[in-house]
Design a protein around this ligand. Structure first.
Ligand code: FES
Length: 515
């Protein structure tokens, strides 16, 4: 296991395979009284940096701020597949939005692979970009039927796909499809390339700058962090769910996905990209990282804060060991993504928000493609250019009826948590029973308390009530974080926010005298 100290921080204890690559050696971190720009972008992942680059290329003056560093969130934890098929399959899009929508999403996905490649070529970015075939395979009759529907819908949508006689894996299959012109890359090398170009064009990036307050007066946004303030005409939240309690929290469910990067005995690495049709599905690809060839396998996804992350890693490891001869697990990590209630992302003006406030979320497992697409849509909206996808993906769209049952299910889950967490049975385990490196919710004097014991035995106590909308956080033993099961906010063991939509840290509780 690689345990060296990473050059780029991310939102979890485990180190991702990309993290040993520094995106930004020096950021524009001088303190200021007030900085004025056309567009302030919050979040320096692929969505924020691509938006900034596109706007800067069009003559805007942009500032990007990140509470931590570029690539701290999901871009630093992605598996970096670039596909023309999406987690919401074309048969699903056909049935929920119509065949025209499938054509649009197919065209947009191919255009985003082309955009990423163009940026790589134009700016000379060494991002390990490679075109690959993508194999989607079925292992039983039911999955084969699904695959056959995917083949016909994908073809109608304009995707280049055909039946295949391989899945590029040592795993039995019944039927398989081959999608042409898929791709893979190193997400942080790409991020560095576009960040460098953004800065070369005059853009500024402020790291460790968390926006704590926004006001909107006379058509101008005023945004404040602890020691800086910004004035802008436009405000873009490239942070998945925007902060505060808003409609997007109800329309997106947070999920964790798990990835292992393993060194194989021998050279039996897949050459291309492969995906099964399980629920949740497994995905495979290979990548030479820091001179070492690795197989990346992901899956075991579940809703954030709802299942045991340790078990998810165990399942994934047992699965990969069934089919591959493993020499070493070089990296293991998890990352967060958001599943939109009706299957398509929400990109554009924040519904119910101040004017000229833009959001981009609900990317499912297609963050590199849909983050790039978000950037092109938001840049077009800001510069008042026509965008062929903005209406389909508008956050203000009326949900198709087909999405309704899932919407109710997600909300019912949230409502259950509110009740169960506030009035559930008492937790009896005491601090003394807590193992080093573990955290738990305890009941002390009729109050719930989040406690964490570090390797030296030091206990940190926190109020476990999520500062977003009041759910009780759960401890994530793998990534050493407190994760909220309602809308996916995450906090480190000191209670600091690592993932929104919460903006405020968990309250610290003194435990000097736990008696
Ligand atoms: Fe909404 Fe915690 S993220 S209540």
């Amino acid at each position: 296991m690689n345990i060296s100290s990473p050059m780029n921080k991310r939102d979890g204890e485990h180190m991702s395979a990309w993290q040993n690559f520094e995106v930004l050696a020096t950021a524009t971190n001088e303190n200021n009284v007030e900085d004025t720009c056309d567009t302030l972008i919050v979040g320096a992942g692929i969505t924020g940096l691509t938006t900034g680059l596109l706007l800067q290329q069009r003559g805007q003056r942009c500032i990007i701020v990140d509470a931590q560093n570029p690539g701290y969130g999901t871009t630093g934890g992605t598996s970096a597949h670039l596909n023309t098929f999406l987690d919401s399959s074309y048969p699903e899009i056909d049935s929920d939005f119509g065949e025209e929508a499938s054509k649009q999403m197919a065209k947009a996905s191919a255009a985003m692979i082309a955009l990423i490649k163009k940026n790589i070529d134009d700016f000379g970015i060494d991002a390990d970009f490679e075109y690959k075939k993508g194999y989607l395979f079925a292992q039983n009759d039911e999955e084969s039927k699904t695959l056959s529907d995917i083949l016909s819908s994908s073809k109608k949508a304009g995707v280049i796909v055909s039946e295949a006689d391989t899945n590029d894996l040592p795993i039995d299959f019944q039927s398989s499809l081959c999608f042409e012109q898929q791709a893979q890359f190193h997400p942080l090398k790409y991020l560095k390339g576009i960040a460098d170009e953004f800065i070369r064009l005059g853009g500024k990036i402020f790291t460790e700058t968390s926006i704590e307050e926004n006001t909107f007066e006379n058509g101008i946004h005023h945004s404040k962090s602890a020691n800086r303030s910004f004035v802008s005409k436009n405000l873009v939240y490239a942070t998945h769910i925007s902060p505060g309690v808003n409609i997007l929290s109800l329309r997106n469910a947070p999920y964790r996905s798990y990835i292992l990067a393993v060194k194989l005995k021998g050279e039996n690495y897949p050459e291309h990209l492969s995906y099964d049709l399980k629920e949740p599905y497994h995905y495979f690809r290979s990548h030479v990282i820091d001179g070492q060839k690795l197989l990346l396998i992901g899956g075991a996804d579940h809703k954030t804060g709802h299942e045991d992350p340790e078990k998810a890693f165990e399942e994934l490891e047992s699965y990969v060991r069934t089919y591959f001869d493993i020499e070493e697990i070089a990296y293991k990590w998890s990352s967060q993504y958001y599943v939109p209630v009706d299957g398509l992302p929400y990109i554009g003006q924040l519904p119910g928000g101040e004017p000229a406030t833009y959001v981009a979320t609900g990317f499912n497992g297609n963050g590199m493609i849909l983050g790039s697409l978000s950037a092109t849509i938001i840049a077009d909206l800001i510069t008042e250019q026509k965008n062929e996808y903005s209406e389909l993906l508008s956050p203000a769209r009326l949900k198709p009826v087909a999405g309704f049952s899932e919407f109710v299910k997600e909300n019912a889950d949230v409502a259950y948590r509110f009740v169960a967490d506030r009035f559930g049975s008492e937790l009896k385990n005491g601090i003394a029973e807590l193992a080093a490196g573990d955290g738990k919710i305890l009941k002390v004097d009729d109050k719930k308390l989040a406690v964490y014991k570090d390797d030296t035995g030091k206990i940190t106590g926190l109020n476990p009530v999520c500062t977003h909308a009041g759910c009780i956080v759960h401890f994530n033993r793998e990534e050493k974080s407190w994760d909220c099961p309602c809308h996916g906010a995450r906090y480190d063991i000191e209670g600091n926010v690592v993932t929104g939509p919460a903006r405020k840290n968990l309250e610290k509780i003194s435990l000097e005298d736990p008696e």
